[in-house]
Design a protein around this ligand. Structure first.
Ligand code: AMP
Ligand code: ZN
Ligand code: ZN
Length: 417
C-alpha cells in the first residue's frame, strides 16, 4: 500500500513537473529549454574508440554533424566562448588561453580568477545574456565567460570553476535547476566535463587513459539522461553536446626548444605550445619575425595582418604582432620547460591541441537531440561559430550580431509551422 501511494505521488509529481515545464508563469506558452553540454577535447571519432552507449543513443534520437570545426586557436577558452557568442576568437577577444591586452598591459590566463571574472576581456554577447535579455533565466554549471558580468549580466545561476567538483554532482545540480518552479527555472543550462581532455593530454588520443575517460564521461551523460527520464522530460528538453577541439598525438622527439633558435630576452612570449604569440619590444618586429620565420621548418609564423584569412584572426588588438603555430604533432617550448622534462620534474604530454582547425585531429563533436531537432540525421561538418544562432533559434530569442549564418539551423532544426 505504502508503495502504491509512493508510486502515485511520484507519477503525479512527474506530471506536474512536465506540465509546469511547458508553461511560463501560467501562460500556455511552450518554453523551449536547452542543456548545452561541453565535453572538453572529445575528438570527432571518439565514439568509435570505446563504448559510449549514451552518446550513441542521443545520436540515434537526434542529429549529429560529421564533425565540428573549431576556431583558431583550437584551445579551450577561445572555442568555448566562440560556441556561446557565434564570434571567432579574433572577433570576441579571447584570442588564446593566455592573452596580453596591449591597452592595459594586463595578462589573462585561465587560472587568474580576477581576470576571468572581469568583463573587459569578454567581447560579444553570450547566449545566456541573449536569453536573459529576452526575460528568460540561464544557469551555468561551468563555462568560460560565465563568471564575468558581461553587459552587466551574470547567468542567474552560476558556479565558480572548480575542476574537483564531482561530475555526478554537476549533473545533479543541472537537474536540480530544472526542478525549480517555472518562474525561476532556467531555459538555458550549461554543463562541462574536462576528463577527456585531461586524459588526451596525458596519454594521447590512442591511449587507454582516453578510452577510460570516454566510458566515464559517457556515464555522466547517462546519469543526465536518466535524470531527465525520471522527470518525464526526455522529450521536452533539447540536449546539445559539443566539444571545443580534438587532440593530436605528440612525442618527445618532435619538440622544438624556442630558445635554441631565437633569443627573445627583450621580447614577450605571451602564448606558447603549439601556438606562439610574441610581442616584440619596440623596433624589433621585423628582426624577430625574420628570426622566427627561419627558426624551424615545423614552425610557421605570421605577422598579425597576414594570418590565414579563414582563421578570421587579424583584427583584434590582443592578437600578438607575431603569431606562430607548429605542424600537427609538433610542440614548441621554452628552455625551462624542456629542462624540467629532462630532469623528470615535468611529465611530457602524450597529446596536444591548438593546431590549425583544418586538421582532422582538431575536429570536435556536435550532437543534438530534443523536440527542436531533426531525428536520425547526420549533417556535414560546420564551424563552431554557427552554434550560437542555432541556440538562439531553439530558445526563440533574437541573436546578437555574430559571425554565423542561418544555413546550419535550417539543416539541424525541425521546420516550425
Ligand atoms: P586547455 O589548456 O586548452 O587544454 O584547457 C583545458 C583546461 O581548462 C582544463 O584543465 C580545465 O580545468 C580548464 N578549464 C575549463 N573550463 C574552465 C573554466 N571555466 N575556468 C577555468 N578553467 C577552466
Ligand atoms: Zn579544451
Ligand atoms: Zn586541452
Amino acid at each position: 500500500m505504502r508503495r502504491l501511494v509512493l508510486v502515485v505521488l511520484l507519477v503525479s509529481a512527474c506530471a506536474a513537473a512536465s506540465r509546469a515545464f511547458q508553461t511560463t508563469g501560467g501562460a500556455a506558452q511552450p518554453q523551449p529549454t536547452v542543456i548545452l553540454l561541453s565535453i572538453d577535447g572529445w575528438r570527432w571519432d571518439y565514439d568509435t574508440r570505446a563504448p559510449a552507449p549514451n552518446l550513441r543513443s542521443l545520436m540515434a534520437r537526434g542529429v549529429r554533424a560529421e564533425n565540428l570545426i573549431p576556431s583558431f586557436p583550437s584551445k579551450t577558452f577561445p572555442n568555448h566562448y566562440t560556441i556561446v557568442t557565434g564570434l571567432y576568437p579574433g572577433h570576441h577577444g579571447i584570442v588564446a588561453n593566455a592573452i596580453k591586452d596591449p591597452a592595459t598591459g594586463r595578462l589573462f590566463a585561465m587560472s587568474r580568477t580576477a581576470e576571468v571574472r572581469d568583463p573587459m576581456w569578454w567581447g560579444g554577447e553570450p547566449i545566456w545574456v541573449t536569453a536573459q535579455r529576452a526575460g528568460q533565466s540561464a544557469a551555468a554549471m561551468f563555462w568560460p565567460g560565465s563568471e564575468a558580468p558581461i553587459h552587466g549580466m551574470l547567468p542567474r545561476y552560476w558556479k565558480a570553476y572548480d575542476e574537483d567538483y564531482p561530475p555526478a554532482d554537476r549533473v545533479d545540480q543541472v537537474l536540480a535547476w530544472l526542478d525549480l518552479p517555472a518562474e525561476r527555472r532556467p531555459t538555458l543550462v550549461t554543463l562541462y566535463f574536462s576528463d577527456v581532455d585531461g586524459a588526451g593530454h596525458r596519454g594521447g588520443p590512442d591511449s587507454s587513459d582516453v578510452r577510460d575517460a570516454i566510458v566515464r564521461v559517457d556515464g555522466y551523460v547517462g546519469r543526465l539522461l536518466r535524470g531527465l527520464e525520471r522527470r518525464g522530460l526526455q522529450d521536452a528538453v533539447n540536449l546539445v553536446v559539443v566539444s571545443d577541439h580534438g587532440m593530436a598525438n605528440v612525442s618527445r622527439d618532435r619538440v622544438v626548444v624556442l630558445d635554441d633558435y631565437v633569443s627573445l630576452d627583450d621580447d614577450e612570449v605571451v602564448d606558447i605550445n603549439p601556438t606562439l604569440g610574441v610581442v616584440p619590444s619596440a623596433g624589433r618586429e621585423e628582426p624577430v619575425f625574420r628570426a622566427l620565420a627561419n627558426a624551424h621548418p615545423r614552425l610557421t609564423v605570421y605577422r598579425r595582418a597576414e594570418t590565414p584569412l579563414q582563421w578570421r584572426y587579424r583584427d583584434h588588438p590582443r592578437i600578438p604582432p607575431i603569431v606562430g603555430v607548429m605542424d600537427e604533432g609538433w610542440q614548441i617550448v621554452r628552455r625551462g620547460t624542456a629542462a624540467a622534462v629532462a630532469a623528470g620534474r615535468l611529465r611530457p604530454p602524450g597529446g596536444q591541441h591548438g593546431y590549425d582547425p583544418a586538421l582532422m585531429s582538431m575536429r570536435g563533436i556536435f550532437v543534438a537531440a530534443g523536440p527542436a531537432f531533426r531525428t536520425g540525421a547526420t549533417v556535414p561538418a560546420f564551424e563552431n561559430v554557427q552554434i550560437y544562432n542555432v541556440l538562439a533559434q531553439v530558445l526563440h530569442v533574437t541573436p546578437a550580431a555574430n559571425d554565423g549564418g542561418t544555413d546550419v539551423a535550417r539543416m539541424l532544426l525541425k521546420q516550425r509551422d
